[in-house]
Design a protein around this ligand. Structure first.
Ligand code: NAI
Length: 390
């Protein structure tokens, strides 16, 4: 169980690029990072509007001279300070991730970057190489995968409780973009423009969460083939999609089905996962994160609750509240931040043994998300054709 006691040698001196007052995701980073004392927010280039960013940063308690106008200023100001940042989170629109991450790594600073990590697998490989050369960690904030019951599903699959995996069924849909973009805010504008979003909209924006979570639960399965059918119901968003269906064939013969949409009118953004094996299945949704439905063929359905002693150790190790007290997304994010901090801490101590078995979403997970997107686009562009997963 996680109870706030320190598990690393000292708190990370932490900075942020983006995630300013008007940003959607910034507060999730701060709730995740600041909760256990594993990170201390000491610097930032929080906003494209430098003045607003400075005002915001000082309101968060960051010293005025460490609220920078740009990420380049942040790097220049922090690089040679004795108490300079150890790690910086990048919570800016997609098109800036690669350039900012690269610059931070070159300056010797660990990075925690938003998803989708970069535009291409090639960029991911450049950064992976750079991080390895510099001996630095890159973490990726797939923030939903800290939920304890996600790790319960993974442990149950690993123990063979479901049997051989046959069916993977996933959905992440909402209706917030069901109307057109006439009065769209900044966050929708950059998400629907290929120059700022990359080669996908909802696949990258929400589909990568589904894909990474399935990798956590089913680490032994690899996608061999996929078929992606995508469309823009609001024509101004083309060539990017606001709705997509992806079928996948896994290397053990399992079949996957996934749909993502931001035009699912009336849906409030739920994620649903169902993993079906030859003996039993598990179903979990982020809208009921405390409950896992376990169905064994021929037996009454069971509902498992987080924090209960009958759960697997991997799930209990990620639990914060204990049974009876609800878990939430903040808890999941806190776990992601904690696991990345432990990776950085191990890097700093030169503890490569620890890193061999320590699990956190890192450069490989970010790369796999981008690889999956590239394959989806290739399939969709070929007329929703089956393609070999590359
Ligand atoms: P947003 O448009 O709401 O906010 C972006 C923020 O970054 C703003 O504060 C803006 O002023 C600032 N900014 C932009 N360019 C900058 C630069 N060059 N230097 C410094 N600050 C800069 O965007 P949102 O929705 O917060 O998304 C940001 C990233 O987070 C995206 O990559 C998105 O995919 C990801 N995201 C991830 C979520 C998750 O669950 N992991 C949830 C929501 C977004």
């Amino acid at each position: 169980m996680i109870n706030g006691e320190r598990t690393i040698q000292r708190p990370m001196r932490w900075g942020m690029v983006g995630g300013g007052r008007t940003g959607q995701v910034g507060y999730k980073h701060r709730t995740g990072a600041l909760r256990d004392g594993t990170y201390q927010l000491v610097a930032g280039a929080f906003d494209l509007d430098a003045e607003r960013g400075r005002d915001f940063g000082t309101n968060l308690g960051v010293a005025e001279d460490r609220c920078y106008a740009t990420y380049q200023d942040l790097i220049a100001g922090e690089k040679d300070r004795e108490d300079g940042v150890d790690v910086v989170s990048v919570a800016t629109p997609n098109f800036t991730h690669f350039e900012i991450t690269k610059a931070l790594l070159e300056a010797g600073i660990h990075v925690i970057c938003e998803k989708p990590l970069f535009f291409t697998v090639e960029e991911c490989e450049v950064v992976a190489k750079l991080a390895a050369e510099k001996n630095l960690i890159v973490g990726v904030t797939y923030g939903f995968t800290g939920h304890p019951l996600v790790h319960q599903m993974a442990a149950m699959v690993a123990k063979g409780m479901l049997g051989d995996i046959r069916i993977v069924d996933m959905q992440y849909t909402h209706g917030f973009n069901a109307g057109d973009d006439t009065d769209a805010g900044e966050a929708v504008k950059w998400r629907t423009n290929p120059a700022t979003a990359g080669n996908t909209f909802v696949l990258g924006d929400i589909g990568t969460h589904l894909y990474y979570l399935s990798e956590v639960v089913l680490p032994h399965l690899k996608v061999e083939k996929l078929l992606c059918d995508r469309t823009a119901f609001i024509p101004s968003r083309a060539p990017l999609e606001d709705h997509a269906t992806v079928l996948m064939h896994y290397d053990n013969g399992a079949r996957g089905r996934l749909w993502v949409s931001s035009v699912d009118a009336g849906n409030m953004g739920s994620q649903k996962y169902r993993f079906v094996g030859s003996k039993a299945s598990v179903t979990w949704s982020d809208s009921r994160p405390d409950q896992l439905i376990y169905q064994v063929q021929g037996e009454p359905e069971q509902i498992m609750h987080h924090g209960m002693p009958y759960l697997e150790d991997e799930s209990l190790a990620a639990d914060r509240m204990g049974a009876l007290h609800t878990e939430g997304l903040g808890d999941s994010w806190s776990n992601i931040y904690l696991w990345i901090a432990q990776a950085i801490d191990a890097k700093m101590r030169g503890d490569e043994e620890f890193l061999k078995t320590h699990h956190y979403p890192g450069i490989e997970a970010g790369t796999e998300g981008v690889r999956w997107l590239e394959n989806c686009v290739r399939s969709a562009d070929a007329g929703a054709a089956w393609i070999d997963f590359e």
